[in-house]
Design a protein around this ligand. Structure first.
Ligand code: PMP
Length: 407
């Protein structure tokens, strides 16, 4: 029972109201980045037009206004994640940046040769490469949780990988290429049982699921604002206070210091210790607006609507001959990936684009996962709150046309 007025919601997103190649745009690339409501765009403009100033250091009026708005966003994110302390919210440039921060700061300080780091087969490259870089530098060993034919993590195999050598586990909450929702609470509990520290990549979860870092007991949780109706170039690292306190700074520079001299420099308190340099002030401020926008619609309502679209798309696409859906997990968000017999995904993407339909094609930054399924890539449609069943119909008609043209 979904109470959202989608036609009304669509009016909040100016970008949707346009023709592409002579057809109304159907935007189904939301897992890559979703569109921004007017409220978020206005928050950016209001900052630049009304109170643009650098934060924290200024004593003049505009600097205080900007600082207050910036710190209000931190409290909003704290509430969004249900973090215990506001200092546990570190502003980053995105998910990738947050993972690199943890790998470089925590990893270099606390992991040593022979320590094992567990990730999974369905990780985005941003949750693979930083750990490989660390392993190369420190001599740690990367272990990988396998994925079954439905696109679910094989938890029994994960249990076998865990041992007293496991020092870190870094796993995605929701797969960007398959839509699988992983049992992260179980994953975290099992890691903690052997004394390992856990990071959850929440890039795809943040706009679809309720996240409570205290219930999850996650040590680190990262996401990007641009995937939850917020601006690009801005993200969040949540970390437990005691762990963040124990970590050395990641980047050196202004803002992250207490006192600097050539003899000895002392570092700032949390969260500023990890926020060197001038941040994306406008983007951080606008995140609060994005969170309020989602709250206004109700996250359960958004999820219910997207789930309806997923179910409908899975049925409709599932009826096409020669189409194979990759990833049929029991628990999924609104992401559907498929391959067509005899047709390259790139051709599918181009022909859909000719009809004004935006999808993503390729490996979705998950090459090892594609290898697992023995494919080079998929075509992926991913839904947001403003998508409709009519758009799913356009997609299905579009895919039929691809088959007609290519076969
Ligand atoms: N992890 C997942 C699961 C993602 O979907 C993405 C973005 N596609 C990232 C990490 C990286 O996010 P960003 O590019 O915003 O740093």
């Amino acid at each position: 029972d979904n109470t959202l007025d989608i036609q009304q919601i669509r009016k909040d997103f100016p970008v949707l109201d346009q023709q592409i190649n002579g057809r109304p745009l159907v935007y189904l690339d939301n897992a890559a980045t979703n569109q921004k409501p007017t409220a978020v765009i206005n928050a950016l403009t209001q900052y630049y037009e009304g109170y643009n100033a650098n934060i924290h250091r200024g004593i003049h009026h505009l600097a205080e206004q900007a600082t207050a708005a910036f710190e209000a966003s931190r409290r909003a994110v704290q509430a969004f994640l249900n973090a215990k302390h506001w200092e546990e919210i570190i502003f980053t440039y995105g998910t990738t940046d947050g993972i690199n921060l943890v790998a470089q700061s925590y990893g270099r300080r606390f992991l040593k040769a022979g320590d094992e780091i567990i990730i999974s087969t369905m990780e985005h490259h941003s949750n693979i490469v930083p750990w490989q870089m660390l392993c190369e530098e420190k001599g740690c060993v990367l272990r990988v949780i396998p994925v079954d034919d439905n696109g679910e993590l094989i938890i029994e195999e994960y249990e076998k990988l865990l041992s007293e050598r496991t020092k870190f586990v870094s796993v995605v909450h929701v797969s960007n290429s398959l839509g699988t929702i992983n049992p992260v609470k179980t994953i975290i509990d099992k890691a903690h049982a052997v004394g390992a520290v856990v990071l959850i990549d929440g890039a795809q979860a943040s706009s679809h699921l309720d996240i409570d870092v205290q219930v999850l007991d996650a040590d680190f949780y990262v996401f990007s604002a641009h995937k939850l109706y917020g601006p690009t170039g801005m993200g969040v690292l949540y970390g437990k206070k005691a762990i963040l306190d124990s970590m050395p700074p990641y980047r050196g520079g202004g803002e992250m210091i207490k006192e600097v001299s050539f003899e000895k420099t002392t570092y700032n308190e949390l969260p500023y210790k990890f926020e060197a340099g001038t941040p994306n002030i406008a983007d951080v401020i606008a995140v609060k607006t994005a969170l309020e926008y989602m709250d206004g619609l109700g996250k359960e309502n958004i999820a219910a609507h997207e789930h309806d679209l997923l179910k409908y798309a899975t049925e409709q696409l599932g009826e096409l001959d020669g189409l194979r859906i990759i990833g049929q997990a029991k628990e999924k968000i609104g992401v559907i990936s498929w391959v067509l017999d005899g047709i390259h995904h790139q051709d599918t993407g181009v022909i859909l684009d000719q009809q004004g339909i935006a999808v993503r094609t390729g490996h979705h930054c998950c090459q090892p996962l594609m290898q697992r399924f023995g494919i080079a890539g998929t075509t992926r449609a991913s839904f947001a709150v403003y998508n409709t069943r009519d758009e799913v119909d356009r997609l299905v008609t579009g895919v039929r046309r691809v088959q007609k043209m290519m076969l």
